[in-house]
Write a protein that binds this ligand. Structure first.
Ligand SMILES: NC(=O)c1ccc[n+]([C@@H]2O[C@H](COP(=O)([O-])OP(=O)(O)OC[C@H]3O[C@@H](n4cnc5c(N)ncnc54)[C@H](O)[C@@H]3O)[C@@H](O)[C@H]2O)c1
Length: 254
C-alpha cells in the first residue's frame, strides 16, 4: 500500500524536471495517488505527465495560470471530471526575481504577489470549497521558502510574498481545522534546481558561497522538499495543521 493510495492530488508548477513540483508529483504517483500536474507551460507539463504515465503511474496535466480565478475553476472541473474528488492540493508554482527595495519595479512587486501569494489564496479557496462539498477532510500544502521566515537582501518582493504565504496558511488552517481540512507550509532553503545549475556554470564562486552559508555545507535537491510535502499530504500528518516546516540544511536555524 502506498502512503497516498486512493487519493487524488493537484500539484501546480510541475513542468520543470529539476523542480519541486515535478519531484512532488512523481513521489505522490509512486505512493499511489492519482495526480493532476498543472503549469503555465501547458505543453511542457503535458510531457511531464506523459513521462509518469509511461512509467505506469496515474497522471494527467493541464495548462494553468495560478493567478487567474477562472483558471482554478477550470482545473477543479478537469480533476472532478477525471477523478470525481480532490484530496490534496500543493500550491507550488512560484517565481523569484532579484530586486532590492530601491530597484524593484511596481510590476515586479505585483507579479510576485500574484504568482506566489494570490495564487495560494485562490488555490486554498477552491480546494476548501470542494473538500467541504465532499464532506470535509483533505490536505493543502503551500510552498513558501526560507525567505518567508527570514529576510534575504535583494529579494524584497519575493520575501514579502513568501512571508504572506506563511500567515495565509495559518489563518486559513484555523478556518477549516474543525472540518478535517489541514493546511501547512513548507519552507525550502537553497535547492539545486535548474536555476542553480545555470548559476553554477557562469558564477561558480557565488554557488560555492551559497553552499558555505548552509550549516550542512551542501545544497538540497527537489526530492528533499518533496519528502516533506508527501508527509504533510499523507494521513501520517493527521494531527498537523497551521504549521511551518523548514527543509534548509539548517539555514534558518542561525
Ligand atoms: N528552488 C529553491 O531553492 C526554492 C527555495 C525556496 C522556495 N522555493 C519555492 O518552491 C517552488 C518551486 O520552485 P522551483 O525551484 O521548483 O522552481 P521552478 O521554476 O522549477 O518551478 C516553478 C514553476 O512554476 C511555474 N509558474 C510560474 N508562473 C506560473 C503561473 N502564473 N501559473 C502557473 N505556473 C507558473 C513555472 O513555469 C515553473 O514550472 C516555488 O514556489 C519557489 O518559490 C524554491
Amino acid at each position: 500500500m502506498g502512503r497516498l493510495e486512493g487519493k487524488v492530488a493537484i500539484v501546480t508548477g510541475a513542468a520543470s524536471t529539476m523542480g519541486i513540483g515535478f519531484a512532488t508529483a512523481h513521489l505522490f504517483a509512486r505512493e499511489g495517488a492519482r495526480v493532476l500536474l498543472t503549469d503555465i507551460k501547458g505543453d511542457v507539463v503535458a510531457m511531464r505527465a506523459q513521462s509518469l504515465r509511461d512509467a505506469g503511474f496515474a497522471a494527467s496535466a493541464t495548462a494553468h495560470d495560478v493567478t487567474l480565478q477562472y483558471d482554478w475553476g477550470r482545473v477543479r472541473d478537469h480533476v472532478l471530471t477525471e477523478h470525481g474528488r480532490i484530496d490534496i492540493l500543493v500550491n507550488n508554482a512560484g517565481i523569484a526575481l532579484p530586486g532590492g527595495i530601491g530597484e524593484a519595479t511596481l510590476d515586479d512587486w505585483n507579479r510576485h504577489l500574484a504568482v506566489n501569494l494570490t495564487s495560494a489564496f485562490l488555490g486554498c479557496q477552491m480546494a476548501v470549497r470542494q473538500m467541504r462539498a465532499q464532506g470535509g477532510g483533505g490536505a493543502i500544502v503551500n510552498i513558501s521558502s526560507s525567505a518567508g521566515l527570514s529576510a534575504f537582501a535583494n529579494l524584497a518582493a519575493y520575501c514579502a510574498s513568501k512571508g504572506g504565504v506563511r500567515l495565509l496558511t495559518k489563518a486559513a488552517a484555523l478556518d477549516v481545522a474543525a472540518e478535517g481540512i489541514r493546511i501547512n507550509s513548507v519552507h525550502p532553503g537553497h535547492l539545486d534546481t535548474d536555476m542553480i545549475a545555470g548559476a553554477r556554470a557562469v558564477a561558480p564562486a557565488m554557488v560555492a558561497a551559497m553552499e558555505a552559508n548552509v550549516p550542512m555545507t551542501f545544497l538540497g535537491v527537489p526530492d528533499d522538499a518533496a519528502a516533506m510535502i508527501l508527509f504533510l499530504a499523507s494521513d501520517e500528518a493527521r494531527y498537523i495543521t497551521g504549521a511551518e516546516f523548514v527543509v534548509d540544511g539548517g539555514l534558518t536555524a542561525k
